[in-house]
Design a binder for this molecule. Structure first.
Ligand code: APR
Ligand code: PHB
Length: 389
């Protein structure tokens, strides 16, 4: 039998960052991850970090490569009616964003943990959580055919939307709120220079499109597609043609295409589970909430949860036994504001066939106001760069 202070389930960004922040404060944790490191690093996800997320990563001691290789952006752009409009994020808010892929950030956190010799068990099967409604929780799992048990003070469920932590709670303990959007994003990663200097979101009658990047040599593009579309139905050529149609003429002309190195369809969903603490079990990141990717809030919200959770746990071990009590309420306040922004930006930018021409006119009027009015641009920019912790 093993003992630790905190068992963290899941080695995505939430679990790894929590592990790093706790380690720095001298709180012991063991991370249990169902997959292999290569599998975890193979998942391609968003890549825009808010300034508060950047600061948290610095605090956790993994800022070095991010500052060397990440791209600092002062603005983003919207394409409306075939015209590109810049939103001056820095001029409006005094803040910037950092473009640095979630995969790279995950790699940095994994490597740091290995260097520190902090424990992490990959390919942990049948993870089960026990006794978290009392004072002595424990976690069981199997690895290489052997059964294991870890006794702990707390369990952190950082195991994503399909994880075991939320599923371990009695149905009556949680209230969930959900909205599923009637389309998906087809994403392509390619080793081609990005067409725009800044992350660009396009409103188009054929559907939403966006241009992002991972570096000055690697691009990430997305187009809105019917939810039933499969990635392999889309040839690279068909993807590039459709993307080009949805951009402003100058960007369409400048677009450099190449073979896709990853292509997948992601569904769009808004989801929140309340509360985020049940006795000695905490939920953090995608285990508790999902936002649609428009606005890139998913990873940033996960980082904010983990900042609050590390403060709560460090406070508890510092003898402030009430430090864990307001974890859920603190998180949820920020989460609902990010849910609202992501829902608003998704609703504004996508083609919703069921809203008809009136719905489209409303979107165009709002977009016109957004790009012309400083007050409206500021409201968007303030949310895009991230609300304070
Ligand atoms: N046992 C152990 N590990 C598990 C289990 C389980 N039963 N179920 C899931 N996991 C692991 C997954 O394999 C994954 O590595 O938990 C991890 C959860 O990681 P993420 O899904 O990346 O979630 P999170 O760390 O909260 O990161 C949130 O990811 O999806 C994006 O938009 C989201 O960028 C945000 C970020
Ligand atoms: C990405 O780079 O993958 C990305 C950027 C911004 C978004 C969504 C995804 O809003």
């Amino acid at each position: 039998m093993t003992r630790t202070q905190v068992v963290i389930v899941g080695a995505g960004p939430s679990g790894l960052l929590l592990g790093a922040l706790l380690h720095k404060a001298g709180v012991d944790a063991i991370i249990l991850e169902r997959q292999s490191p290569d599998y975890v690093l193979g998942r391609i996800r968003a890549g825009v970090l808010e300034q508060v997320t950047v600061e948290l990563l610095e605090q956790a001691g993994v800022g070095e490569r991010m500052h060397r290789e990440g791209l600092v952006h002062d603005g983003c752009a919207l394409i409306v009616n075939g015209q590109l409009h810049r939103i001056d994020l820095h001029g409006l808010t005094g803040k910037r964003i950092m473009v640095y892929g979630q995969t790279e950030l995950t790699r940095d956190l994994m490597e740091q943990r290995q260097r520190l010799g902090a424990p992490i068990v990959y390919q942990a099967e049948q993870v089960e959580l026990h006794g978290f409604d009392g004072e002595h929780p424990h976690v069981t799992y199997r690895k290489d055919g052997q059964a294991h048990r870890i006794d702990c003070d707390f369990i952190a469920g950082c195991d994503g939307f399909h994880g075991v932590a939320r599923a371990s709670l009695p149905a009556t303990a949680l209230t969930t709120y959900e909205k599923v959007y009637p389309f998906g994003w087809l994403g392509v990663l390619s080793d081609t220079p990005p067409v725009t200097h800044e992350v660009t979101y396009s409103h188009h009658e054929r559907g939403f499109a966006m241009c992002s990047m991972r570096s000055l040599k690697r691009s990430r593009y997305y187009i809105q597609v019917p939810i039933q579309d499969k990635a392999d139905q889309w040839s690279d050529e068909a993807f590039w043609d459709e993307l080009r149609r949805r951009l402003d003429p100058a960007s369409a002309k400048a677009l450099i295409t190449g073979p896709s190195i990853e292509k997948s369809v992601a569904p769009l969903r808004s989801f929140v589970a309340e509360p985020m603490r049940f006795g000695r079990l905490f939920l953090a990141g995608d285990a508790a909430h999902i936002v649609p990717p428009t606005g890139a809030k998913g990873l940033n919200l996960a980082a904010a949860d983990v900042a609050y959770l590390s403060q709560a746990l460090i406070g508890w071990y510092g003898q402030d036994r009430r430090a864990v009590d307001d974890y859920s309420a603190r998180c949820l306040r920020r989460i609902w504001r990010a849910e609202r922004f992501s829902w608003w930006f998704t609703s504004l930018m996508h083609r919703f066939p069921e809203t008809g021409e009136f719905g489209q006119k409303m979107q165009l009027a709002e977009l016109d106001y957004l790009v012309q009015s400083q007050a409206a641009s500021l409201a968007m920019a303030e949310n895009y760069v991230g609300l304070p912790l």
